[in-house]
Design a protein around this ligand. Sequence first.
Ligand code: ADP
Ligand code: MG
Length: 385
Amino acid sequence: MSTNMLPILPGATLGVLGGGQLGRMFVHAAQAMGYFTVVLDPDPASPAGRVSHHHIQSAYDDPDGLRQLASLCAAVTTEFENVPAVALAALAGRCTVSPAARAVAVAQNRAEEKAHFTTCGVPCAPYAVIETPEQMASADQSLFPGILKTSRMGYDGKGQARVQTPAELATAWDAMGRAPCVLEQLLPLALECSVIVARGADGHSVHLPLQRNLHRDGILAVTEVYEENVPLALMQQALAAAKSIADELEYVGVLCVEFFVLEGGRLVVNEIAPRPHNSGHYSVDACDVSQFELQVRTLAGLPLTPPRQHSAAIMLNLLGDLWFAQGEAPQDPPWAQVLALPGTHLHLYGKEQARHGRKMGHLNVTAASAAQARSTALQAAALLG
Ligand code: ADP
Ligand code: MG
């Protein structure tokens, strides 16, 4: 198959590497527009595999599975950044692939990611690469207290340790098996926010509104999106930074850029995700074009029109812990009561087992005003325990 037969029109087949909840929502958006879908994921019960027209149950680096994927699809995207580079390379040349292997590789590695931010002139936390005992021993005093993060495979706060002193750094690095890491200065955060950019192959990009994010134990808990959320100047700065990060990568697809706003108001970039993001889930119910429709449009080479947010929105992540609010045996949360609140939209990912810390779904709350969204979200949170 040629690699530049864009646009790929409805009726064609689109594929996704990875079968988690992000893949599931991509499949929903693609199918709504009339595409056929293929998911590649080894798990027979994967959230996306269950709703897709086709599910190839193979490892991400299995040549047969990838061959099958390429032969079925006009274009393939990914839903997680730790997809093996060989998988994207194997697909490239056989079908359209976006985002490209290079952009995914940058997002996979915190050291490369930070070097990219520097290239773009977008400030990030002061940091040092820790890959050798010498680099560890010479870590600058100004980086303490700091956070040691594995360069690869970290997510939801996993693969991180807070370190107060060089001695603690040494212990933490040993505990991480001396894997390649970055040590970041611990910054005084006033708030966290993120921006989702969708960029087409022609370089044209659009974005969703700035999202304000609250994390609990390193996992996203709540996203709030309404006009008076963040000062306008900060919003414009974040949008410009996100756009330059995407442009500099010649990125094609949906990209999420996470930011910190420091006490004192300075904006610094934290990390990027080469895919739709948990903090963009509100867009399904609160915007006229969702982050997943943007993913379909960028993959298929369809026009990108600026998304418009039509409702104030709050998203509550639903972790497995909620299933254990009543005791040790898992019990469904009181959905009917939650859904009796106006403007509540339940999204569950079809995962069979609730576990502590596992993302089971999310609840979007939409309303005409920020105050109303907040009031409903508080009532929903109280019901969920
Ligand atoms: P992950 O890939 O797990 O999302 P992040 O680098 O985004 O990793 O870190 C998770 C959370 O930890 C952030 O959202 C933020 O709340 C906190 N955090 C990370 N780095 C710093 C830092 N340098 N200073 C202060 N807080 C941080
Ligand atoms: Mg993060």
